[in-house]
Design a binder for this molecule. Structure first.
Ligand code: NAI
Length: 445
């Protein structure tokens, strides 16, 4: 196989640089890893060696293959050592001024044919290229953490990038076992732009007191199916990377309010509590594993009220079947009896609004999130409103509803239902809005 780049340099031997060096060496390129801290590149090389050795022990790689990989991966002690490389990948600190001056220095060392790329998460590729004499030879090559496992890389052309460079980078990505995606040079490219809806919004949920970070992680992982919750992801990426990314994207979009960063991460960054790599982020880490506080116990309840389900509930038939399977007594009347637990399942509305608009007794009204179907979710999320009675909340949450004859997966899913408390301020807003225009707020079909 003709490899797109025979000699590759990776500058910055941190979390990203070592991963990029690993997959490039595996593809068959001769790779030189360089870091301003000499011990960082040696440590990174040793760490990659250990990964390969452990894959041999697990029977996933041949010892001979790993021996070849190891000869492909070298460290360099100066930028001078990189001057013959055909591709130089930069994965250093996320600072425009520092990246610019590194590339200016490199451009003076290497021939005109060398391709220079940045692994920046959030800076403008065009802005970095503006400092260069040969911007046509420069592009963004944005990998994800951990690089060997995250199989996508964004290839970003700056305003003056030669399209041939992107074609070559795409080809090389394939040779490294990755899929290249062409992204425009806009703040955050594709993934980190979409990530505003994940990380930044999750921080907003915490700051509004809707749920704590561990609960949000559990919901996103177990109900929605993400591999990592947003706070687990923050800990993996580390806040010294992701907080500046949040600030950078926010400012590049001219202070777009949707992307506003949070004081939560600003404070944690200032305090050095940046994530897994320092042993503490949103979680504390022991032997590289997050220490997660146990979930609060599921309440025990002796008597269960009958359940009435709103006719407007999302996936109503699925919800009724779920309740039947769980042994609940279902009410079929047009409105709930005075003792019924009242279940609503709105999409995009909070429980307070629904209780007001549907004229339900808020003290007995509980919401259940039915956005995802049963096949896709391991949990269901319950939501109270500020007036929900504690006996109703406990009845909805309790495991005695779920007889032991249930299939274990269903029992488990329902036992782990979570309660989210909405704040009083939301209720005040909802009541005002609902009173002025109930029909505008709530769909009638
Ligand atoms: P890191 O902090 O783990 O490693 C950065 C390394 O660069 C350090 O070893 C540091 O000594 C070295 N370094 C700093 N300035 C240097 C210079 N002028 N010359 C040579 N080496 C220098 O950082 P990480 O997480 O690997 O991030 C690197 C880049 O990759 C950043 O631009 C970041 O935005 C981007 N990125 C990070 C991701 C992540 O999840 N951590 C994901 C995707 C991109």
């Amino acid at each position: 196989m003709n490899i797109a780049f025979n000699k590759v340099a990776v500058i910055g031997a941190g979390a990203m640089g070592r991963g990029i060096a690993q997959i490039a060496a595996q593809a068959g390129s001769l790779v030189f890893l360089y870091d301003t801290q000499a011990e960082a590149s040696l440590k990174a090389k040793e760490a990659v060696y250990q990964v390969w050795d452990s894959l041999v022990v697990k029977g996933r790689l041949e010892a001979g293959t790993v021996a070849n990989y190891k000869t492909n991966l070298k460290t360099a002690s100066s930028l001078q050592d990189l001057k013959d490389c055909e591709l130089i990948v930069e994965a250093i600190v996320e600072r425009l001024d520092i990246k610019k001056s590194l590339f200016v220095e490199l451009e003076n060392l290497v021939p005109e044919t060398t391709v220079l790329v940045t692994n920046t998460s959030s800076l403008s590729v065009t802005a970095i290229a503006a400092a260069l004499k040969r911007p046509a030879q420069f592009a963004g090559y944005h990998f994800f953490n951990p690089v060997p496992l995250m199989k996508v890389v964004e290839v970003i052309a700056g305003l003056k990038t030669n399209p041939e460079v992107c074609i070559r980078l795409t080809e090389f990505a394939k040779q490294m076992g990755h899929t290249a995606v062409q992204a425009h040079d806009t703040p955050g490219f594709i993934v980190n732009h979409a990530g505003r809806g994940y990380g930044t919004e999750a921080l907003r949920i915490v700051s509004e007191g809707v749920a704590d970070f561990a609960t949000i992680d559990r919901i996103l992982r177990d109900q929605v199916g993400f591999k990592l919750g947003p706070f687990e992801l923050f800990d993996l990426t580390a806040l010294d990377v992701s907080h500046p990314v949040m600030e950078s994207i926010y400012n590049q979009y001219y202070q777009e309010p949707r992307y506003r960063p949070s004081v939560i991460t600003a404070q944690r960054l200032a305090g050095g509590v940046v994530g897994k790599k320092v042993g503490e982020g949103f979680y504390k880490y022991t032997d590289g594993k997050a220490v997660v506080a146990p979930e609060p116990a599921v309440p025990q309840v002796k008597e269960f009220p009958p359940v009435w389900v709103s006719p407007r509930a999302t996936r109503r038939l699925e919800l009724l079947q779920l309740l039947k399977d769980l042994g609940a007594t279902l009410e079929t009347g047009a409105s709930p009896s005075p003792h019924a637990l009242t279940l609503v399942a709105p999409l995009g509305f909070d429980v307070t609004t629904v209780a007001v608009v549907e004229r339900l007794d808020p003290a007995r009204t509980i919401g259940i999130d039915m956005l995802f179907d049963d096949a896709a979710t391991k949990r269901r999320v319950l939501a109270t409103n500020p007036a929900t009675r504690s006996d109703m909340r406990d009845a909805a949450h309790a495991d005695a509803y779920w007889p032991p004859t249930l299939p274990p997966d269903l029992t488990c899913a329902m036992q782990h239902m979570l309660c989210l408390q909405k704040m009083g301020k939301l209720s005040a807003w909802c009541e005002t809005a609902a009173a002025s225009s109930p029909n505008a707020l709530w769909p009638t079909s």
